[in-house]
Design a protein around this ligand. Structure first.
Ligand code: NAD
Length: 383
């Protein structure tokens, strides 16, 4: 048993550190002042790096008023904390700050980043990844909030780029009296697709949502308004629908696999000039063949007269909403980890246990070990 666990079990007090995110253009923060209040109420001590919340609209004064101590440097936060709460994976300059036995709770996405995996093995820290915390029904509660944000944003962005000066066809999503609304096609009726459909329908568009799951289409047909049609996803239906769609949103996911290319390069010729494609699934390779990741600084490009928007971190543009949405989901887990220590918390909570990826120099999450052909140790060995 490591020292961190022993201390925590004796005292039930955790020193929690909140560093400022330093990844390019990342303005979210892992705890709001409200989250700090909850931790302090539970008897924990919270250290916040100065200006950690500024990108999301939270000042140092708000954190201090909530009961945190503000520290001037990231080094001090990492040095003092037993548990680090973050948003993005640690970047290279943070690797050396992470200590043996320190619990780091954040998005890691290890399987796509070998140097990070090796650095965390070397650090001997305990890495609990947001993205692999998993409920009994196999849903991923710490990924859902960002999908909700991206789905809603996809329509906002699409409506914007449909304007003529931005390269679009010059179509107003909801139309007006006497003029038909725009046609919106959504490929994939999961979290992103459903949120996109709600937004597009709310703006009065003529919406079609496609999925390969009939039960999912039945559910969507029950809950979505009458201006949303549900259609089975197959290559024939897609090739017909793209001809008249003004905005096409890609939101498919096959867990653990690259997204299938439902729209190929050849199919662009069948679309009307000024059609807008928003491929939200770009972080999994994209479901539109011609999509490649873009940034908020340079979000679009045009091929064959078709506007492509493929920003890989869409929620980053709305850090206030994204921070609140993310922390609403993460805070209960943060409190549990602080109150019980990670061993107790993970022993009694299967959802959290699935989040454990690396412990004291060993990979305990099989898909990560398999991704790099590295050794795997069952998580039970540590609980
Ligand atoms: N770009 C961003 O900033 C951003 C943000 C959040 C999520 N995402 C990505 O958006 C994608 C969708 O996420 P989600 O949370 O909605 O996933 P989800 O699992 O909730 O939904 C995916 C849906 O795709 C459907 N599907 C699978 N194959 C299909 C096919 N051939 N045709 C039609 N539908 C198909 C599935 O049945 C499922 O309903 C993921 O790749 C996710 O990583 C990107």
């Amino acid at each position: 048993m490591n020292i961190f666990v022993t201390c925590n079990n004796l005292n039930r007090i955790m020193i929690v550190g909140l560093p400022k995110e330093i990844k390019n253009n990342e303005n979210r923060v892992a705890l709001t002042p409200g989250g700090v209040t909850e931790l302090v109420k539970n008897g924990h001590t919270v250290y916040v790096q100065t200006s950690a919340g500024s990108g999301s609209g939270f000042s140092d004064e708000e954190y201090t008023a909530a009961g945190a101590t503000v520290l001037p440097t990231i080094e001090e936060v990492y040095a003092i904390a037993e548990m680090i709460v973050k948003v993005k994976e640690p970047i290279e300059s943070e690797y050396k700050l992470i200590k043996e036995n320190q619990l780091v709770f954040t998005y890691f996405h290890f399987a796509s980043h070998e140097p990070l995996t090796k650095a965390m093995i070397e650090s001997k820290a305990v890495c609990l990844a947001y993205e692999t915390v998993e409920k009994k029904d196999r849903s991923l509660p710490l990924l859902v909030p960002m999908s909700e944000v991206a789905g809603r944003m996809a329509v906002q962005k699409g409506a914007n780029y449909l304007e003529k000066p931005l390269g679009g066809r010059g179509v107003l999503l909801g139309g007006v009296a006497g003029v038909a609304p725009a046609k919106v096609l959504i490929l994939g009726g999961g979290i992103v697709g459903t949120e996109a459909a709600k937004m597009a329908a709310g703006l009065g568009a003529d919406v079609t949502i496609m999925d390969i799951s009939l039960p999912r289409l039945r559910y969507l047909s029950d809950i979505l308004p009458a201006n949303v049609k549900t259609v089975m996803s197959n290559s024939y239906n897609i090739s017909q629908a793209i001809k008249s769609s003004n905005l096409i949103i890609g939101s498919v996911l096959i867990p653990g696999a690259k997204a299938p290319h439902l729209i190929t390069r050849n199919m662009l010729k069948e679309m009307q000039p000024g059609t807008v494609l928003v491929d939200v699934a770009v972080d999994q390779g994209g479901c539109i063949e011609t999509c490649k990741p873009t940034t908020h600084e340079n979000p679009t490009f045009v091929i064959d007269g078709v506007v492509h928007y493929c920003v890989a971190n869409m929620p980053g543009a709305v850090p206030y909403t994204s921070t609140l949405a993310l922390t609403n989901a993460t805070l209960p887990y943060v409190i549990k980890l602080a109150n019980k220590g990670w061993v107790d918390a993970c022993q009694n909570d299967e959802e959290l246990r699935k989040g454990l990826n690396v412990i004291n120099g060993h990979i305990v999450y099989k898909p990560v070990a398999e991704a790099f052909g590295m050794g795997y140790t069952p998580v039970e060995n540590y609980l």
